[in-house]
Design a protein around this ligand. Structure first.
Ligand code: NAD
Ligand code: DAU
Length: 354
């Protein structure tokens, strides 16, 4: 059995679905269900005994101690975080609490559990920390992509909090010998992506006839990875990663934001043409830039390919088409997220006592 934190969020829920589609090893899923946690993502697992969902905070030491003692997972995969850069600029407190203090408490609970395991279970145990390329800061246009040796230079409250959590994980390995692995991944996209982030926001705003807000000149560059490729990279690192190592994960897909928005519009023009024949591109509006906006991220993913044989399966063309098609096929999911009614899912689905 494995224990996942944040498994009702975008990447975590894709990971849990993918994991249980590929094997029968049960998953304990600890998630606080913040605004970003959505149990509708996991609706297909209802009644599946391999999935045990627990609503709670990863910083709740008594709860985490109990979950570890009762379930004896062979690995903890730590996805839970406050993840949105713009929210971190408006209110950094939750980012410090969950990403730093929460990770610290989780590490301490896991250390206590791991220390007391019999030798064979102790040797097999893993703590996998899911992190981001944003810890490395920003790149000029001509600079080489981020390798694992790149200095940490986080620029936003979000990336600073993730950098701090990476350092804690590293220190718990060096000081206490905790068997950790860290992945630093680029921008994900795909199904169940909360529409506060660029790609899903553009899709749902376009369909609703709303403006498509591009920050500044729209020439900021990100490297985009289809979420299922991130999930396969995490599985591979869990399986064969070297203890204490970090692995950069990316899609070899550097693109300026404005090109992403144009691609989304072109796909919608093809798949859901507007009645008046105009393009969704007409809805693009340039708005004020994000404060401290990182200009470019790029991932050098050669280490994970060389050591673990991992490569992304999707190209951007195939991944973005699947993504747009998924949003077009799931208007109810979008509507529940937009209306906020997804937050009533637990009581609607499982009754008032759930
Ligand atoms: P998300 O915001 O969609 O989901 C986060 C999940 O964590 C939610 O389900 C939320 O309810 C849960 N959570 C938040 N605080 C919690 C707490 N205190 N206790 C328990 N659960 C809590 O995030 P995501 O985009 O799925 O990102 C998952 C992880 O991957 C994060 O650690 C993020 O830093 C990292 N990451 C994300 C991307 C990306 O492009 N989205 C890229 C690289 C790395
Ligand atoms: O690089 C990995 C990171 O990618 C993850 O660690 C974060 O959790 C994840 O949120 C994401 O961060 P970004 O800030 O890169 O993602 P976001 O979708 O918020 O923005 C992508 C780019 O698009 C960024 O340059 C800002 C821009 N943008 C975003 C929004 C929401 C816009 O131009 N307009 C928008 O409305």
């Amino acid at each position: 059995m494995i224990l996942v934190t944040g498994g009702a969020g975008f990447i975590g829920s894709n990971f849990v679905l993918d994991w249980l589609a590929q094997c029968d090893e049960p998953v304990v899923n600890l998630d606080k269900l913040t605004y970003a946690g959505n149990l509708e993502n996991l609706a297909s697992l209802q009644g599946d005994a391999r999935h045990l969902f627990v609503q709670g905070d990863l910083g709740d030491r008594a709860l985490v101690d109990r979950l570890l003692a009762e379930n004896r997972p062979r690995a903890v995969l730590h996805f839970a975080a406050e993840s949105h850069v713009d929210r971190s600029i408006h209110g950094p407190e939750d980012f410090i609490q969950t990403n730093i203090v929460g990770t610290f408490r989780l590490l301490e609970a896991v250390r206590a559990h791991w220390s007391a395991l019999p030798a064979d279970e102790k040797a097999a145990f893993r703590f996998l920390h899911v992190s981001t390329d944003e810890v490395y800061g920003t790149l000029s246009q001509e600079a080489p992509a981020f390798a694992e040796t790149h200095p940490y230079e986080p620029n936003s409250p979000y990336s600073a909090s993730k950098a701090a959590s990476d350092h804690l994980v590293r220190a718990w390995h060096h000081t206490y010998g905790l068997p950790v692995l860290t992945t630093n991944c680029s921008n994900n996209y795909g199904p169940y992506h909360f529409p506060e982030k660029l790609i899903p926001l553009m899709i749902v705003n376009a369909l609703a006839g709303k403006p498509l807000p591009v920050y500044g000149d729209g020439l900021q560059v990100r490297d985009w990875l289809y979420v299922q490729d991130h999930c396969s990279a995490i599985r591979r690192v869990l399986e064969a990663g070297r203890l204490g190592e970090t692995y950069n994960v990316g899609g070899w897909n550097e693109k300026p934001n404005i090109e992403i928005v144009h691609t989304v519009c072109a796909l919608l023009d093809e798949l859901r043409p507007k009645a008046d024949g105009s393009s969704y591109k007409a809805q693009i509006t340039h708005v004020q830039d994000r404060p401290g906006h990182d200009r470019r991220y790029a991932i050098d993913a050669r280490k994970i390919e060389r050591e673990l044989g991992w490569k992304p399966a999707e190209t951007f063309d195939t991944g973005i088409r699947k993504t747009v098609q998924w949003y077009l096929a799931h208007p109810e999911w979008v509507q529940h997220v937009q209306s906020g009614s997804y937050r009533d899912w637990v009581s609607r689905q499982y009754g008032a006592d759930a």
